[in-house]
Design a protein around this ligand. Sequence first.
Ligand code: NIG
Ligand code: FE
Length: 417
Amino acid sequence: MTHAPLKQAPLWDGLILGPALATLAGDTGYGAIADGALGWRDGRIMFAGARSGLPDAPDALAREVFRGDGWITPGLVDCHTHVVFAGDRAVEFEQRLQGASYEDIARAGGGILSTVRAVRAASEDALLAQSLPRAQALLRDGVTTLEIKSGYGLDEDNERKMLRVARRIGETLGIEVRTTYLAAHALPPEYSGSEPAGRADAYIDAVIDWLPRLHGEGLVDAVDAFCESIGFSPTQTRRVFEAARALGLPVKLHADQLSDLGGAALAAEFGGLSADHIEHSSEAGVQAMAAHGTVAVLLPGAFHVLRETKLPPLDLLRAHGVPMAVATDCNPGTSPLLSLRQAMQLACTHFKLTPEEALRGATVHGARALGLHDRGRLQVGQRADFVHWRIGQPADLCYWLGGELAQAVYAGGRQPA
Ligand code: NIG
Ligand code: FE
C-alpha cells in the first residue's frame, strides 16, 4: 500500500535567530525574550519567541535564515505627521528666537498660511519630490506605518494633491500610509476678510462639501481639525466631525494645544481615535477620553520647538488609564522632526515618560490611534512589521540622540525602499 506524501506546510519567507525580542505582548513590560527567533510568511508573523521553542530546525522552517544579535521591536508607527509640504519655515524659527510667538506669526499671515502658499505653487510631482526624503528619513529610523495629514492646500484641488502625494509616498516606499483630511487647519486667504467669524463658517461649509468627493476617490482614512483660537471653534469642529460621521470616517483632533477649548472631550464625544497635543486639557477632557477609548497622542517635538512649558496632564492620563501614543508631528512650523525615535527621546526628557511607555507609544498605542490592531506587537498573526536594532537594551532607543541604530527595517515582511 502506498502512502500519499505528507503535505508540507509552506516554508516561512524568513527567520531571524539570536536577537532579543521586545514583543510588547502584555499590557506592561517589554515582553522581553532573550535569544529570540522571529519568523514570517506572506507579510505576517509566524513565530515570535525563544529560539529554543522553534518547532523544527531553522532550515526546515524558512527559505532564508539570518543570525544576529541586538534587539527586535515592532515597527514604529508615526500616528501624527504633516510630512507632505513644500518649502520650509526656518525664517520663522529665527523670528521666534527673537521673541515672536507662534500665534503672532500666524496672525501676521505667516505660519500655516506661508506653507499653504508654497504647497499651492508646487506641482504634485514637485510636492512628492520634496516630501519623500522626509518619509524616507522616518523609515530609516524605524517607521513602518505613517499617518500623513493634508491641511496645507485649503482648497479642494490642493487638498486632493496633498492626499494623492501621501498615497504615492506609501506606494513608493512600500510602507503603509494612513491619510487624514485636515482641511480645517487654517482659514485660507480666499475666506479671510472683514468678517472673519462669518467667513470661517463659510469655509467650513466648503470643507464639508469637498470631503465626500475626496473620500470617494479613496484618499481619506480619517478626519482631523485644528480646534484653537487661531484655528476653528468647537462648534465649527463639531460640524466637520458630523460630516465625517455621516461618511463613517473616524475622527481625531488637534486639541487643547495652546488653550483649553474642550477639544479632548469633543474628540471623545465623537468616539475619536485620538486627541492630539492636549497640553491644556482638563481632567474632564481626560475622563471623557478614558470613557470613549480615545488615545492621547503626545507630540513632544512641537512642545520642544515652541519652548512650551505647560505639560500635558500626564498623571491624569495614567490615573485614568488613557493609552499614550508618541508621534513626531513632523511639520515645517512647530516640529521639523525627522525621527520618531527622537520624539521618543523628547517624550522621556520633557514629559518623563519611561522608555517603555515611549516604545509602547510609538508602536501599539500609535497603531491604536490610527484604529489599527494588526500591528504594534511581535505576535503570531500580526503584520510582519519589525525593526532589528543595533542596541544592547530597549532604553537605548530613547537614550541616544540621533545616530543610526536600525540595522534592518521590515514592513509586511519586506525591507522597504
Ligand atoms: O500640529 N497646530 C497645528 N498644526 C501643526 C502645525 C502646523 C504648522 O505650523 O505648519 C501642529 O503643531
Ligand atoms: Fe499636527
